[in-house]
Design a protein around this ligand. Sequence first.
Ligand code: PEP
Ligand code: MN
Length: 341
Amino acid sequence: MLVVMKDHARAEDVQHVVDLLTEAGAEAHLSQGEVKTIIGVIGDREVIYTLDLEGLPGVEQVIRVLKPFKLVSRDFQAEDTVVRVGPSSIGGGAFGVIAGPCSIESEEQMVSTARAVKAAGATMLRGGAYKPRTSPYAFQGMGVEGLRLLRIAGDEVGLPVVTEVLDVRDADTVAEYADVLQVGARNMQNFMMLDELGTMKRPVLLKRGLSATIEELLSAAEYVLKGGNRDVILCERGIRTFETYTRNTLDLGAVSALKTLTHLPVIADPSHASGRRELVAPMSRAAVAAGADGLMIEVHPDPERARCDGPQSLIPVAFSSLMEDLRPRLALEHKRLGVDG
Ligand code: PEP
Ligand code: MN
């Protein structure tokens, strides 16, 4: 951390800051120029924050130089985390493809989708039972009955299942049925939920908030790891920008940046990022090239009748040809589909 003093700050103001820091157990290193004095600080950041240095006389600015996250950082763990779920894995060269409909609608819809995506090479099945909808009048999901159908479909084809925990009160129920607990974009900074999932024995798929920075995403993941749960998958799902042609803007720079900053697996969701079916394949290819460890793709047997996100959903045959297209690209990136056998 750096404490930047105001131009020509008085010597006693500088000394006061140094004294406070020293009393708090931190080291203060002075760099004194003609006009400006800068104090470099090494010590426990939480303790230093409580000093409220920014409000002191003569202090212009306090700049953090240390990253606010630790456990998720590559500095803490250099090698990739591999999240293993039954026969599937994501990270460390294993590429995960999580496919399925936006929302669970019926047993027939789930089982037929599960069969199709499994045959095409998907490594996990998705489907929402609790849906975060902008309008309170829109379909909110099937709830526990949906979880049951998701489990049936996953078991039928032998794929682990991923579904969203919309409310921390449902976390235990969702964990009874699901293998991976998804935190949706709108809940990325629901800190109570992150704390709770940190104590649970299920991997967490953490989606980036609509206007969250990379640092905020990593700090959210830090909550889960801090609770003891090391199995977190990060998901870039598009951020809100001035562009309205696409539903969101897929930030592939963030995928590459995250790969340098964290050991956690990073996947991309071109479906929610683009909102347009025709962009899902090109954005998937781009995500592979950007270094993603996986993809989340919405697939529906009859998108026109989907109760949620039909326009961005692929039909099974389109998903299947995308998977074929991706295979040689994965090999180029020294990755393979994350499934046993
Ligand atoms: C979803 O994956 O179903 C979903 C609602 O995504 P997001 O939270 O990224 O909007
Ligand atoms: Mn959706």
